[in-house]
Structures are given as C-alpha cells and as structure tokens.
Design a protein around this ligand. Structure first.
Ligand code: PBG
Length: 323
C-alpha cells in the first residue's frame, strides 16, 4: 500500500506511546471512600469485597497507609447505630458523634491528608432518606437544608477540609456556603454532588451502611438517569451558588455527563465510581473472568479521559500501590 499517513507509527514502542499519551492517572487523582463504625472491631462488607467498616484506630491507620501511597484525601461514611437514628437526624450534628471524632483523629495523625465528609441525612435518619420526611411521605427541602447546614458546621468545627453534600436538595450549596462563611469557615471547601443520579448501582453501599430508604425511593431528589440537560442546569446552579468542585455520580455509566459538565464549567470535576461499579469488577475478577487491576485501571483512566480531575473510588489504595 502507498500510505503516507500511518497512525501506527505513534504506537510502535513503549517510548513513543509514553510520548503521545493524552491522559495520565496518578495516585494524586484518587480519593479513598472509607466506612467507619463504633467499637474496636472492623467488619468486612460482604457485597464490597476488600472493603470494611473500620473502627476508629484502624481507620486512622488505613488512611495513613493510603496517604503514604500518594492519595491526597479520604471521604467518610459512618454506620450509625440504630438507636441513634431519628426522624430529625439530630445525631448528624453531634460534636461528639462518630464522624467528628474520626475527623479529629485523622487530622491529628495525618495533618496533610484532606478529610472530606458526606453531608446528607441518610445514615442518621430513621427513614433512610437523605432529607427529612413529612407525614405524607414528601421529602422536605428547605427544612432539610437547615439541618444540613448544622451538619456541615459540625464537620467544619471538627476540622474537615471539604464538605460534600450528597443529598440533592435545592439551594443547599448557597446555604452551606453562607453558613460556613458566617461561622468564619471560609477555608472549608464545598464539593457538591451536582449530578447525582437515582441509581441502582448504590445497592452495595446501602447494604454496607444499612441506609436504604424504609419507604419509597430517592427519585424526587436524585436525578433521572435519562437526563443530560438537567445535569447542566444543576452544574450552573452549583457554580453560581459557590461550589468549589462539581461531582458526577455514578461515574462509568455517566461518562457523557462528566464530559458535558467539563465543557460547561471552569470548576474542577470529581466523579464517584460507586459501590456497584466496584462490585462488578470485583465479582468478574473473583470468578476468574477479568484481570482486576487492569480493568480497574482502565475504568479509572476512562473516567479521567472523560474529564474528571479526581475520582472517588474504593480501588484507590490498591491502584495507588500498583501505580
Ligand atoms: C448517600 C450516599 C449514597 C452514596 C454516597 N452517599 C447512597 C445513596 O444516595 O443512596 C453511594 C455511594 C456508593 O454506592 O458507593 N447520601
């Protein structure tokens, strides 16, 4: 053949492939979600092989190991004892609660580690919803936002670097920014779950925290998986309300949303590779059908290529070690 243009020339050796590579994945792109519980024991999570609900001491140890591998931050998800769950979710702003104690312990042991907290009521709410539930079953928006502000202030007082509202109530970013600034926490960042979809991929996570809704579903606040333009509307709102980082969740099935928001905003983009995405790779590997590290790496590179600066992933520590 008389070809003057041969794209394969740029793939012919590891050296040239290194030179032309467009996307890189480093431990610095990864955020490690960690589950925690009361007591002195760790409990393996059956639907999330390799993940545990950590007791405080081992949480600090695990976060330190991840940080030593180059992972800049962790995000905390507590399993709240049933007797502390109430319709008003008051435990979420208890300064002696599990999350504030964990923040203080983490920051004392690893001052350079970014501690990110989830702001939503579901682990604390006896109804299992991210917001307060009215007698008729409606999720109360404005009343919920007031409680979320108390929760975020509690995390800021304990030393959180970033609060991450995952509740999808309207107006919460502006309310959180105002509450934080009013209390002199202007340095605390908001990583907003901007486009959080009503996804079946959250199943293993809800099992891990026993946080599934007792009645109904989350479709009146989380987004319809069919929608794109609505995600751009949420992104514009969160940006105008003062968010520092926009998040898309889940990640793998929503790469188009990551790319669209990347183009529409100048803010950094985070993507959350959620429990169901993790489990599918783990299950395939456990059956001997997939190479776990290679598939995990490719899934994360794809999320980076779509435009995410940072990825929340349960693979963070394992993949940082491989990298
Ligand atoms: C709750 C929350 C959820 C996840 C993160 N924060 C579950 C939900 O919305 O029901 C899911 C994470 C995962 O599946 O890994 N506010």
């Amino acid at each position: 053949m008389n070809l003057s243009i041969r794209p394969r020339r740029n793939r012919q050796s590891p050296a040239i492939r290194d030179m032309v590579r467009e996307t890189v994945l480093t431990p610095g792109n990864l955020i490690y979600p960690l589950f925690l519980q009361e007591g002195d024991e760790n409990t393996p999570i059956s639907a999330m092989p390799g993940c545990q609900r950590w007791c405080l001491a081992d949480l600090v140890q695990e976060a330190g190991e991840a940080h030593a591998l180059g992972i800049p931050g962790v995000v905390l998800f507590p399993r709240i004892p049933d007797e502390l769950k109430t319709p008003g979710a008051e435990e979420c702003y208890n300064d002696d609660g599990l999350v504030p104690r964990a923040i203080r312990a983490l920051k004392a042991a690893h001052p350079t580690l970014m501690v990110i907290t989830d702001v939503a009521l579901d682990p604390y709410n006896s109804d299992g919803h991210d917001g307060l539930v009215a007698a008729d079953g409606r999720i109360l928006n404005d009343e919920t936002v007031a409680v979320l502000c108390q929760q975020a202030l509690c995390h800021a007082r304990a030393g959180a670097d970033i609060v991450a509202p995952s509740d999808m109530m309207d107006g919460r970013v502006a309310a959180l920014r105002a509450a934080l600034d009013h209390a002199d926490f202007t340095q605390v960042s908001i990583m907003s779950y901007t486009a959080k979809y009503a996804s079946a991929y959250y199943g293993p996570f809800r099992g891990a925290l026993d946080s599934a809704p007792k009645a109904g579903d989350k479709k009146t606040y989380q987004m319809d998986p069919a929608n794109t333009i609505e995600a751009l509307r949420e992104a514009a709102l969160d940006e105008s309300e003062g968010a520092d980082i926009l998040m898309v969740k889940p990640a793998g099935p929503y790469l188009d949303i990551i790319a669209r928001i990347r183009d529409a905003s100048t803010l950094p983009i985070a993507a959350y590779q959620v429990s169901g995405e993790y489990l599918m790779i783990k299950a395939g590997a456990a059956a001997g059908w997939l190479d776990e590290d290679k598939v995990a790496m490719e899934s994360l590179l794809g999320i980076r290529r779509a435009g995410a600066n940072m990825i929340l992933t349960y693979f963070a520590k394992k993949i940082a070690a491989v990298l």
